[in-house]
Design a protein around this ligand. Sequence first.
Ligand SMILES: Cc1ncc(COP(=O)(O)O)c(C=O)c1O
Length: 463
Amino acid sequence: MAKPDSERTLRPATQLVRGGIMRSNYDETSEAMFLTSGFVYDSAEQAEQTFLGSVEHFQYSRFGNPTIAMLEARLAALEGAEACRTTATGMAAVSSAILAHVKTGDRVVASRALFGSCHWIVSTLLPRYGIKTEFVDGADLAQWKAAFSKPAALVLLETPSNPMLELVDLAAVCEMAHEAGAIVVVDNVFATPLLQRPMKFGADVVVYSATKHFDGQGRVLGGAVLGKKKWVEEVLQPFIRNTGPALSAFNAWTILKGLETLHLRVPAMCRNAAAVADMLAERGEVGAVYYPFRIDHPQHALAKQQMAAGGTLVAFDIKGGKEAAFRFMNALRIIDISNNLGDAKSMITHPATTTHMRVPAEERARLGISEGSLRLSVGLEDVNDLIEDIAAALDAISPGTVPSAKPSPVEAPSAAPAAETAAEAPARSPRKRAAKESAVEAMVDLFRTPADETPPAPGPKVG
Ligand SMILES: Cc1ncc(COP(=O)(O)O)c(C=O)c1O
């Protein structure tokens, strides 16, 4: 077992690469994947003592597993949380955190701007068990204050929210919630622990979809719940052990590997997202752009207080509603149409017809999700390619231009030109050819070192 240095708090990059490592007797370099459902005991006595809790021994992978334990330790170290339990999906993390804590007769207060499935849990599922939810506009502290005039058991909020990137003042809401007797559960998926640590502002529980930035490469689903040791062991753990939303060891291992590069991926994605947001704001086809670190974000000052960077997601409204939004999406050549986010690949979503389709229309309108709203998860591609892709797609929807449908990635090469209409051809073919021609140059550029650069000819001094 690796020796953690308890005297020293390691920095996030080190925690992400080394946090939680437990080496087996084989002294492997990479974290081992314990793909086993159960564990054996040396004796009947050891089995009994394990079940009594008087010896430490893994029992069954629904309760715990060495690979999963490594992931939980790594996430707890990164978040600065006392304990972590992982789950099969982000939704299993959210639902476990809520259902483990509340009981019939309790009151839940939630911000309106929630991911569709989170909204369903508090608006539809909880009332079936006699738990009432009051929704508030997350950005409006007066509404939070009014909601806390009566006792509450739990608060659920997302900041920044999915999809319109609305923020909640964590410190203010946590203080009011605690006075009303509630624990605060923060869905920190959009920010990641690298940009925002809700516990520093008073949050009791932080939940993640590990499917998003933690894996970050579109491979596996996962979730995590972090909190105080006592709450995790006494409230959450019995719920998870007995209802069984366990993460698989394979997924835990994949997420461990994903975490090793989180501190490189997320800042690079944030830089790309900020540049894309600025570029979108310059375009006439685009209405509002929502990006927390842009000065025109209504909660820009709060974003600067709570977050280390503006995040990897940008929301914006295309003028012309659903029809224009769909034409824009279909005209993109690099950015994929997908409802996932936090991936190395940039992805665009039309929330009104996908992730937030089941949120009632009037509620969507209150959340600012219009028929023209789009959510862009900005990935790790070269930002110039992303900007060019977006610019070309916006050009294609400008009046007077007929955009093409996105070609299928498995389309037979010979079928493509024949299927193209005259209007489609100019939008697609030259871009594909240019990409091929520049492929070798791009590889050379990637490996060019500063020593290879020819120093520029001395010119006149400026400034
Ligand atoms: C903010 C937020 N919370 C929770 C989830 C649920 O995560 P999962 O899909 O891993 O269940 C998502 C998924 O998109 C999300 O965006």
